[in-house]
Design a binder for this molecule. Structure first.
Ligand SMILES: N[C@@H](CCC(=O)N[C@@H](CS)C(=O)NCC(=O)O)C(=O)O
Length: 218
């Protein structure tokens, strides 16, 4: 009997306004499993102490990583592609649809998130000038042109590419930035899917339950 899929995350992350709950990247894998109707469990590694057992499975001491019947795979994009191999809901099986989905998955990570994360991070300093602002605007505006002409990135329907791109773009600071109405409508459209709400709410509940455990341990 194969083991059920296991999504690994931290046992706790900070809460509060502006905290990461609801945005921690295990949500990408929870969401994908929900969309595809795949059974999964969620397990955790300590947030405070990233020891050898964690580093053996995620060499940067990050999460998420995915376990599938003896295979352990880190990087949310790689794990998402692994899940997409199990379900046509996430990745069309025709050659063109599959190629388009793959292309936009990589674009979400390597053209959008590669800019949005450092832009967001530099912005935390609170300084007026962000040297990545022009780059960020350029990326958003190019994507705006694409999404002004269609509802989905690949194959004329929802795929794992939309899941990933919307997850990158729904970060509050990114969502509030720029004048990109088609992009805003796209994020709204993708994030209104029930599978997303379930995945995000489950993650928030998971970390909230950890608060109680930490309080009783202290
Ligand atoms: N490229 C990685 C990034 C993973 C990542 O940044 N994970 C965050 C949580 S969402 C994390 O583990 N942060 C803690 C750290 O970087 O030390 C992926 O997509 O899996």
């Amino acid at each position: 009997m194969p083991e059920p899929l296991t999504i690994w995350t931290y046992d706790w992350v900070p809460g509060g306004e502006g905290g990461p709950r609801g945005y921690v990247r295990d949500v990408r894998l929870r969401w994908a499993c929900e969309e595809a109707g795949l059974d999964y469990a969620v397990r955790s590694v300590p947030f405070d102490d990233r020891g050898p057992a964690h580093l053996a499975r995620q060499p940067f001491g990050q999460i998420p990583f995915l376990e599938d019947d003896g295979i352990v795979i880190f990087e949310s994009g790689a794990a998402l592609l692994h899940l997409a191999g199990k379900s046509e809901v996430l990745m069309p099986r025709d050659r063109r649809g599959a190629a388009e989905t793959l292309q936009w998955i990589v674009a979400a990570l390597n053209s959008m998130e590669m800019v949005s994360v450092p832009w967001w991070f530099i912005g935390l300093s609170g300084k007026a000038d962000n040297p990545l602002e022009g780059w960020m605007i350029s990326r958003l505006e190019h994507l705006e042109t694409v999404l002004a002409a269609r509802d989905w990135l690949a194959a004329d329907r929802f795929t794992a590419a939309d899941l990933l791109m919307a997850d990158v773009l729904r970060v509050p600071k990114v969502r509030r930035f720029g004048n990109v109405p088609a992009l805003a409508a796209y994020v709204e459209r993708v994030c209104s899917r029930p599978a997303f709400a379930k995945a995000r709410d489950d993650q928030v509940a998971y970390f909230a339950a950890a608060d109680a455990r930490r309080e009783s341990a202290n």
